[in-house]
Design a protein around this ligand. Structure first.
Ligand code: MN
Length: 483
């Protein structure tokens, strides 16, 4: 069987993620770090690497690195040195990047996530602070490469994992978890398409049951989770084919061609850079005290896993609801705002994951752009709980009308649309008697055991009430009349 040669092997993957920190200024100077400004407008002599300029560490970046360190259960280093990583490139004006070499701010962390109902743990080797390079633009001028140095010096964290990932799907789930974490912590917008999160994958293969590593390829600079998965799956096949053909694999850097779905060799180890790291002489070490770490800990937001636990154990939500709501920070914020004012936690989840999500999907909106304030959803839930309407009428009629007039209350809308349902037991009891009296054979069948007929009776009563009887009361009164 042709598949056999692949099933003997496993893929070994470690990921390096560069995440752009969402601070206002750059890593070592006060220039704006905002994305999208006109080229080369956010560049002081520091960003331009002029001789004699001196770097200063951005305190916000330290805070953000401590936050991700705490969220990943990392050890956080007290004495942080910075180092120069030397290389020449047109978008690197200083001729070196200021990064951390031997003293990364975080070490020995872990990222935990679920994949197909199994808990996976990917260990983190390190998380360090550094600065981004500028941007070379190759596709505007036909003859020249243009350089935009706005991005030069923007703060980054680099999150380096151990080679604990065993498939493209696992890599995607890991990246998704990292993105969830940085978004919940509000330290990075996690937008891979805009380059705020970029990923390098170290990929090798080996025979299952063996422990030695074969030479790995490092696939550089991918900007979508899907491409990371594709590159890993491509490398798995390519490397096995090479080994099975008796070729020798070499450690090399490769690029991923997203259109062709293949990786291409860029340079092998013989041509690897020697970065000549040495301690940055212009920056004193940054001391991160235990007291400082405690103060950050005190203001940490709840993380997705904690939120999910709380939704299940405090609010009694099913696992499915809890996961969907806790996955996204804005969604969980919205949910938390609803349940501050209602005890009907499941109804809040039903609204959020049902009509609200459908509406947002259909209109291409984000929950942050949702027309209704959480208190409007609270009012919808109350209207149903008070028996003035039911979920199907509220979601099909009141909710869409409310979206058009968000300044009105659900009750006002229900009244205006003549949708307030009736819970008057005398009135509904009269309808019940009328319906049952008109169908003596069905009543007899019901009493003989054909319990499915209940729906028919309910339907008839609802019809008589012109859809305005409270279904709960209808059900109750029919059950009583037939018992
Ligand atoms: Mn780096």
């Amino acid at each position: 069987m042709s598949n056999d040669k692949y099933s003997k092997y496993e893929v070994i993957v470690g990921l390096e993620v560069h995440a752009q920190l969402s601070s206002n200024s750059k890593m070592y100077c006060g220039d704006s770090a905002e994305y999208g400004a006109a080229p080369n407008t956010q560049v002081s002599p520091l960003s331009l690497g002029h001789p004699g300029t001196l770097p200063v560490v951005n305190e916000k970046a330290i805070e953000y690195a401590v936050k991700i360190g705490l969220a990943t259960k990392s050890e956080i280093r007290e004495e942080n040195q910075f180092a120069r990583k030397n290389y020449f490139y047109a978008d690197l004006p200083k001729g070196y990047q200021i990064t951390q070499d031997k003293t990364p701010i975080c070490t020995n962390g872990v990222v935990e996530f679920e994949l197909e109902n199994e808990l996976k743990r990917v260990r983190l080797t390190r998380i360090h602070l550094e600065e981004d390079a500028g941007k070379s633009i190759h596709d505007i001028d036909p003859y020249f490469t243009l350089v935009d140095l706005n991005r030069a010096g923007v703060p980054l964290i680099e999150i380096v994992s151990e080679p604990d990932i065993r498939s493209g799907d696992e890599a995607m789930a890991y990246l998704n978890e990292v993105r969830k974490l940085v978004r919940h912590l509000e330290i990075c917008d996690g937008n891979m398409e805009e380059g705020s999160m970029r990923c390098d994958a170290n990929v090798s293969v080996r025979l299952k049951g063996t422990t030695a590593y074969n030479p790995r390829s490092e696939v550089k600079n991918m900007n979508s989770m899907r491409n990371v998965k594709r590159a890993i799956e491509f490398e798995f096949i390519r490397q096995i084919d090479a080994l099975e053909a008796g070729e020798k694999l070499v450690q090399e850097t490769r690029g991923f061609d997203a259109i062709k779905g293949i990786t291409l060799s860029q340079r092998s180890k013989e041509h690897a850079h020697d970065y000549r790291y040495f301690p940055e002489p212009d920056l004193p070490p940054v001391i991160v005290t235990q007291q400082y770490i405690e103060s950050i800990k005190a203001e940490m937001p709840k993380l997705p896993a904690e939120l999910k636990y709380e939704y299940i154990n405090k609010f009694g939500l099913p696992e499915y609801d809890a996961r969907l709501i806790s996955d996204d920070k804005a969604t969980s914020n919205y949910y938390n705002a609803i349940v501050e004012n209602t005890q009907n936690y499941k109804a809040a989840s039903n609204w959020l994951l049902g009509p609200i999500k459908n509406h947002l999907n259909a209109s291409g909106k984000d929950i942050n752009e949702f027309e209704l304030k959480p208190k409007a959803v609270v009012a919808l839930i109350a209207l149903i709980d008070e028996g003035k309407t039911n979920f199907s009428v509220a979601s099909a009629n009141i909710f869409p009308a409310l979206l058009l007039s968000p300044e009105k209350t659900p009750f006002e809308i229900a009244q205006a649309l003549n949708l307030i349902q009736n819970s008057d037991e005398d009135l509904i009891g009269g309808f019940v008697q009328q319906v049952l009296a008109a169908m003596p054979e069905k009543v007899a069948e019901y009493k003989a055991g054909k319990k499915g007929l209940l729906g028919l009776f309910v339907g008839e009563v609802m019809k008589l009430s012109k859809g305005k009887a409270d279904p709960k009361v209808v059900n109750k009164l029919i059950a009583e009349a037939l018992s």
